[in-house]
Design a protein around this ligand. Structure first.
Ligand SMILES: Nc1ncnc2c1ncn2[C@@H]1O[C@H](COP(=O)(O)OP(=O)(O)OP(=O)(O)O)[C@@H](O)[C@H]1O
Ligand SMILES: [Mg+2]
Length: 389
């Protein structure tokens, strides 16, 4: 899952093309793509899991408009590559949101050093103690495929069985039903959180979540569909950053659309569970979604295909799904009566019917989404303490 430093190049200047080609050959650097116009790069800048953007300019002053346009799409470190007379540009850059300026021509090694330096700082901070929760997004481009059933049960399994501090975030902003599926009548929702005054921090987040008996904290979708649009990309981006500090796992339930908040989530997603089922229209849409994700430069290694109702006999086989999607199914979830029975009782199947085939498949998914470490048990920190950890 570790890809090198993911960079994207925008703009142009003398020596830009040559540098791009040289960077593509560098070990530890992954050139995700490039586009002369920032507007043409908006998908990748928002959803591409980039570590750094390099913007080329032949202007002798700082290209402020372009930098603002990039900054509206991504907050990753930005290096400016300049090929012209640059003394005014260097002065401007001092006060701007720019990590560094590299004057071309430059040795590729020097540019690589500047990229490493610019992308190093946040990692050092993380190693120094800030928590980095894992974002697991459950998505399907088709309605009714089982996203909410999987997201609710996966989060309950992560909290209860694996002992992870887990947040279930319902991003099906208009018609979210994650809370009701877990038998919770929420008093506060994501709408209340984003419309409350003041800066969002871990204490504030803790005041808007509802605890389920599995241990999962839930941040439900707005109660009224018309309130969805107040949950903007920027607010959601901040919310996820704060949630990462307080939780081991943030499971995101979604609607079947690539809307703005979904792009902000994708940009921070560590594992995208793409739910598919054994029917042709769903398969067609999942294929299309894979194409969109590729266009957004979403890292393919982070996509896990989930085949829901995998055991149903409907004249289509798992291998046909894999052939159509050109990738293997990572998780199989069987069709199981325990699901509708527990959904209708407002209970999580993994708690109420732990021996069912469905629950067993979700437990194994819960192990799979944290592949490399041992489960964490023991001290459960309140978000306010987690901040100081
Ligand atoms: N593995 C399964 N076995 C049996 N029933 C299932 C299974 N998965 C989902 N279902 C049933 O399908 C229904 C739809 O599932 P769910 O609400 O999770 O889909 P969704 O993708 O979240 O839908 P929407 O797009 O409307 O949010 C549920 O009520 C559930 O009972
Ligand atoms: Mg749903």
């Amino acid at each position: 899952m570790s890809e090198g430093i993911r960079i994207y190049l925008t703009g142009s200047c003398e020596g830009f093309e040559k540098l791009r080609e040289a960077l593509a050959q560098q070990p530890g650097i992954e050139v995700v793509g490039s586009a002369q116009q920032v507007a043409d790069a908006s998908g990748a800048l928002q959803g591409g899991h980039l570590d750094c953007v390099l913007h080329g300019t032949s202007s002798s002053t700082l290209p402020a408009h372009e930098i603002t346009a990039i900054r509206e799409l991504t907050r990753v470190p930005l290096l400016v590559l300049a090929s012209g007379e640059a003394s005014a540009l260097l002065d401007d850059a001092l006060g701007a949101d720019v990590a560094d300026v590299v004057l071309l021509p430059a040795l590729t090694e020097n540019v690589v050093f500047a990229i490493r330096k610019a992308t190093h700082a946040p990692r050092r901070t993380a190693a120094a103690g800030n928590r980095e929760g894992r974002i697991i997004t459950v998505f399907s481009p088709k309605g009714g495929t089982g996203k909410t059933v999987i997201a609710t049960n996966l989060s309950a399994a992560l909290a209860k069985t694996a002992g992870r501090r887990t947040l279930l975030l319902d991003l099906d902003l208009q018609f979210g039903d994650a809370a009701i599926m877990l038998g919770i009548e929420p008093e506060k929702t994501i709408f209340d959180l984003v419309s409350a005054p003041g800066e969002l921090d871990p204490d504030k987040l803790a005041g808007y979540t509802t605890k389920h008996k599995s241990g999962v904290d839930i941040l439900p979708a707005p109660l009224r569909p018309e309130d969805a649009e107040l949950v903007t990309e920027a607010k959601l981006g901040r919310l996820i950053e704060v949630a990462r500090l307080c939780y081991d796992a943030i499971v995101v339930d979604t609607s079947p659309f690539f809307h703005g908040p979904m792009l902000a989530t994708l940009d921070r997603t560590d594992e995208l569970l793409l739910v598919c089922s054994l029917d042709v229209p769903t398969l067609k849409n999942v294929r299309l979604a894979l194409g969109t994700l590729e266009m957004l430069s979403f890292p393919p290694a982070r996509i896990g295909i989930v085949l829901n109702r995998a055991n149903t006999k409907v004249g289509m086989k798992q291998r046909e799904v894999e052939a159509a999607l050109e990738q293997k199914v990572r998780y199989e979830v069987p069709s199981d009566r325990a699901v509708p029975l527990t959904v209708n009782r407002g209970a999580a199947a993994v708690l109420a019917e732990p021996g069912s085939d469905f629950s067993k498949s979700i437990e194994s998914m819960a192990k799979g989404v944290f592949p490399t470490e041992e489960p964490k048990r023991g001290l459960r920190l309140r978000p306010s303490f987690a901040r100081a950890a």
